[in-house]
Design a protein around this ligand. Sequence first.
Ligand SMILES: *Cc1c(COP(=O)(O)O)cnc(C)c1O
Length: 342
Amino acid sequence: MIDLRSDTVTQPTPGMMAAMMGARVGDDVFGEDPTVNALEQRTAALFGLEAGLFVPSGTMANQIAVRVHCRTQDEILLETTSHICLWEAGGAAALSGVTLRTLDSPTGDGLLGDSDFADKVRPDDMHSVRTRLVCLENTHNRGGGTVYSPDAINAISRWARHHKLGMHLDGARVWNAIVKTGVPAKVWGSMFDTVNVCFSKGLGTPVGSMLLGPKDLIAHGRRVRKLFGGAMRQIGFLAAACDYALDHHISRLAEDHANAKVVADAVAEVPGFTLKPHEVETNLVWFEVDARHGSAKEVAERLKAKGVLVAPLGTRVIRAVTHLDVSREQCMKAAEAIHSLV
Ligand SMILES: *Cc1c(COP(=O)(O)O)cnc(C)c1O
């Protein structure tokens, strides 16, 4: 099977396993895991931020960020199809008593501009929630793996700072944005208060995300991580995999991006399949199937019979994702299978 359902399906490589097995570990709840401490410092420095907090998932990193930026009766401004809004099980409401004010992407690709935020700060009035935080997602998952320009984020960040709002980046896939644009991590980090990065998507580790930010917020986040059940013990074994991925798995994301183009080109040639967006920028290929092909689920089943797994994520919507564990050759085979649906 050629598994294009997600970049989360990767297996650790032999080099990564060796790094894990050789890790020095300690009890991280006591702050005594040297490998975790080093990874937190290394990743924070990479983004030019003060401190890091290793957590089990991207969802937890985002939800800790919500909690440390906001109080109950606060509101977050974010794009309608963002991960925090669609796929975190209602966490902001359930865990932090925070409302989400969704802004539609005018370009339909998940990206926002500073003009979309105009007039979105609530009046200082007891009837209103307090506008408190802006969350952006880069790359944007549901938007199609789309990449912000640093200029666009900078304009939003200036607006947010002018209104004394926090800025959080859901950068689960920010590595893809770094490789695609060549803009270094520090530049992206400079435009936010807090950043969530993920090691278990494109970077291919079994577990791990990190929340980055100023020392005081991260110290608060450490307390919240305990509350949310995310404080763990000898997790240097996991951190060692992440450290290995920072050394070996970032620049190779360019291969995933090139492979996604191979898959996307095949999709574009099938009448009744429409790439959304038309141009695939990174490793996510989102497309819609029209009624002549049946439902997305039926198309996924037909592809499965040809040895290719994709993810139907709606009645008409399919996502195919390239990653560490699919080669160029396998993507060409997947492209043939897609072609054969004509
Ligand atoms: C996957 C993802 C997350 C959540 O990560 P989990 O580790 O699955 O909880 C958050 N944001 C974005 C943009 C993602 O792609």
